[in-house]
Design a binder for this molecule. Sequence first.
Ligand SMILES: *Cc1c(COP(=O)(O)O)cnc(C)c1O
Length: 401
Amino acid sequence: MATTERAIASAEAHSAHNYHPLPVVVASADGAWMTDVEGRRFLDMLAGYSALNFGHGNRRLIDAAKAQLDRVTLTSRAFHHDRFADFCTQLAELCGMEMVLPMNTGAEAVETAVKTARKWGYRRKGVPDGAARIIVAADNFHGRTTTIISFSTDEEARADYGPYTPGFDIVPYGDLAALEAAMTDNTVAVLLEPIQGEAGVLVPPPGYLSGVRELTRDRNVLFIADEIQSGLGRTGKTFASEHEGVVPDMYVLGKALGGGVVPVSAVVSSAEILGVFRPGEHGSTFGGNPLACAVGLEVVAMLRTGEYQQRAAELGDHLHHELGLMTTGGAVEAVRGRGLWAGVDIAPSYGTGREISEKLMGRGVLVKDTHGSTIRIAPPLVISKEDLDWGLEQLGAVLTR
Ligand SMILES: *Cc1c(COP(=O)(O)O)cnc(C)c1O
């Protein structure tokens, strides 16, 4: 049996089947390219769902991590450490906010946002104990914890995990009137992805995010933007909310914040809002650890210059122009997205998203399907224009018959 087949058979025998990966076994990676155990090279057009915005093995991030590995990696929050204040200060500044609450994974940061909003509702807004409600959008993806899947509309993500956490109202994404109608005096927050990633890179109609901002401000409701996938350069701006000139009350960050090196997530907000926490009321053993802060600090420094955002904007224009041309052939039914991020609906007669992904893999390009016949394209922001064009050529080849 070949090396690849052996590795996959062994993984299938000894790991839970909660994923269905493409049949490639990666052994090393650099920039936008990955090499498998048999020496074949693949262009990474997924970038770890945007966790790898700065590419594989980014020198600055690896150096920052290595330097920190030799100093101190973990203290727990029982003690201060010398990277913590800098990380929180500089991340808050990048976000135009005041305070940071660091966690590890995206789902933990979303949980933190939910807890923050509820506590804020009881302590500041005066909502009766136990009555706080949070409005979310249909087709959302905010993570995999029991509470988060409680307000998912994806049956696959929800089934068999009840009883579900109450306190959430689900409205159609992009529908401002429905959101307004769902608001009550007990609404403490609206939690949204500024662009819905897992749902197929859905960009809301113009005016939606700014409308949500206005509504939430008028009704003393917190606007929580889950920018875990859309933020930190992906769309051509630091935050996708910026495309509508919107500043939410709270950013939820993750994925690229850890530079593809370690899991780093955070809730970033005002002192008034994050000030609701007192010692012992929330926490994480690994949250804000020295290694995470050292890498996160370097990520923030890289984003401060704007060069990655600009790169995503320029290459993104090119990507969307090229994908737009493909819609005339009939194989591509629709293209959505912003910056270096696209959801591409393939005509079902050309195959499912999975089949297209497997064909692309055969040509050395790695992407991931979402629902049905949609594939999502999100290469590292460091990809060269030549490599991007080569990847798109392979897509074109897969879609000709
Ligand atoms: C990936 C993602 C999450 C969950 O992050 P994990 O690190 O996988 O827990 C939450 N929200 C959005 C928008 C995401 O893309």
